[in-house]
Design a protein around this ligand. Sequence first.
Ligand code: 5GP
Ligand code: ZN
Length: 118
Amino acid sequence: MSVTPDPDCIFCKIIAGELPATIVHESEHAVGFRDLDPQAPTHVLVIPRRHAADIATLAAQAPEEVAPLFAAAGAVAESEGLTKGYRMVANTGAEAQQTVFHAHVHVLGGRPMTWPPG
Ligand code: 5GP
Ligand code: ZN
């Protein structure tokens, strides 16, 4: 798959191996690695190899990348043993606390979750 990394994007750098990360999943379309600042016993970020600012943008630009992203998130939940449940979160935009503008799904689990989120 041919993709153009964004030279200013830290997640593109992680995919390229230019920044260290604890990678727990690699597939043709997606990469999963542990969050630097975990908010749960399991906190993995699952990202498309293709750079897009957020998942909605990815869906608009490359819809064929979206299903593999969520499939990868499910595979991570399974390999992490999150049999009791887990949460997939996609913060989108500044008011929703998105801080890295490369599409990503947080896979959070290993503790009870509350709803609604803060
Ligand atoms: P957002 O707030 O955009 O939804 O999530 C970005 C996430 O990326 C945050 O949970 C943050 O802790 C994580 N993060 C930011 N920089 C790095 C990094 O260099 N390495 C890793 N592994 N996680 C990062
Ligand atoms: Zn990127």
